[in-house]
Design a protein around this ligand. Structure first.
Ligand code: EPU
Length: 334
């Protein structure tokens, strides 16, 4: 069988090969594929923006290209929007802004597809997708049955959900329904850099469009565009630690960046930990971290997937040795 390069299908720009890449444009396509499949091992590929390929893929890859944005219900206050998993997330955000539907504005400019967004409960600038999710529909790989998961059943948590845990590699999301506001938008400006932008501009009453534009500009100043520099956004999650542990670290590192969570733990800035281990000055085999955001590992040349993986493990080991904190990958490694 002819091998296909996956370089254009992953935001790190890794040139691994696939033997069987299948385009999926509908739920029927999924069921047709599942009924003929020989074993359960498949890769479900969305936008490829949160994945690191370290080797060739010799099992089927389903490239999800299910399209469609449809208003399925509305009243004076809210609208339910049903979206195909293969729609581009950022295009959906701008569509919502143009229609004056609120709820997605803080999540502008996040790369990737709509179907992948709930899996890792994408979040940025004070918002997480779970706040607007009505349900996620999809199909079980094992027996081709369809199920709609309501928001509670999705078991959302920081950068995770049932689809990333119990149902990892077991369920294919085909459609996501979002509940957005038509008026009385809940403008969220609690994130510090967003607040600073508003203060600088003297803007006390921003619209959802203003928020989207500000977040877009903050992001494009800080995060590399993967079309120019290969990356997959934050490589690790921000770790959670107990108060005692934070107190202990503060003794030697008083300026460590942390935020109290709703629980009793503290979220530590992984970017700060990585920067303070000196990784902004280290480059190995065309792999380094972004100078403006140390949590983003970048492919600065023609790095191989395994080089990026090795670099990430070097970061993990150094952070563990220096701070006794274990970083957990956010990116899926294959
Ligand atoms: N910082 C450093 N060094 C750096 C960068 C940041 O010390 O190189 C410190 C600064 O003190 C800064 C703080 O870390 O104030 C927080 O940085 P930032 O606002 O960039 O947020 P983050 O916690 O590093 C998270 C998400 C990002 C999201 C931003 C904004 C995770 C794993 N990452 O990053 O998501 O865009 O908040 O809300 O939660 C992604 O998931 O791919 C992603 C980019």
């Amino acid at each position: 069988m002819k091998k296909i390069s996956l370089k254009q299908y992953n935001s790190f720009g890794i040139d691994v090969k696939a033997t069987n890449l299948i385009s999926i444009e509908s739920e029927i396509d999924i069921i047709n594929f599942l009924e003929k499949k020989k074993n359960d091992k498949i890769l479900i590929l969305g936008g490829g923006t949160n994945i690191l390929f370290t080797k060739d893929i010799d099992y089927p890859i389903l490239k999800i290209e299910i399209k469609g944005i449809e208003i399925i219900n509305e009243d004076e206050d809210e609208v339910l929007v049903s979206v195909g998993a293969g729609e581009n997330w950022n295009d959906l955000v701008w569509w919502s802004i143009e229609n004056n539907f609120g709820g997605l504005e803080n999540l502008v400019s996040i790369p990737g597809n709509v179907g992948s967004a709930p899996i890792q409960n994408i979040g940025a600038y004070g918002k997480e997708i779970n706040e607007v999710i009505e349900n996620c529909r999809g199909i079980f790989i094992k027996n081709s049955t369809m199920k709609i998961f309501n928001k509670d059943e999705c078991k959302f948590s920081y950068r995770s959900s049932i689809f990333k845990e119990e149902l990892k590699d077991k369920f294919i999301i085909s459609n996501v329904t979002l509940r957005l506001t038509k008026r009385n938008h809940k403008i969220n400006t609690e994130y510090k850099s967003l607040q600073n932008t508003l203060i600088q501009r003297g803007d006390t009453n921003p619209s959802i469009k203003n928020i989207a534009e500000f977040v877009h500009s903050i992001r494009s100043n800080k995060l590399p565009n993967y079309k120019k520099i290969g990356n997959a956004g934050s490589f690790f999650k921000n770790p959670l630690i107990k108060k005692d542990k934070l107190k202990e670290i503060r003794l030697s590192c008083p300026d460590i960046v942390s935020h109290k969570t709703k629980g009793s733990e503290y979220k530590i800035s992984a970017a700060w930990l990585i920067e303070n281990c000196g990784f902004k000055k280290i480059e190995v085999n065309n792999v380094t971290v972004h100078k403006k955001q140390a949590l983003v590992i970048i492919n600065s040349g023609n790095a191989k997937g395994i080089d990026i993986y090795n670099f990430s493990q070097k970061i993990k080991k150094t952070v563990r040795e220096k701070f006794d904190i274990l970083l957990e990958e956010e990116v899926n490694i294959l």
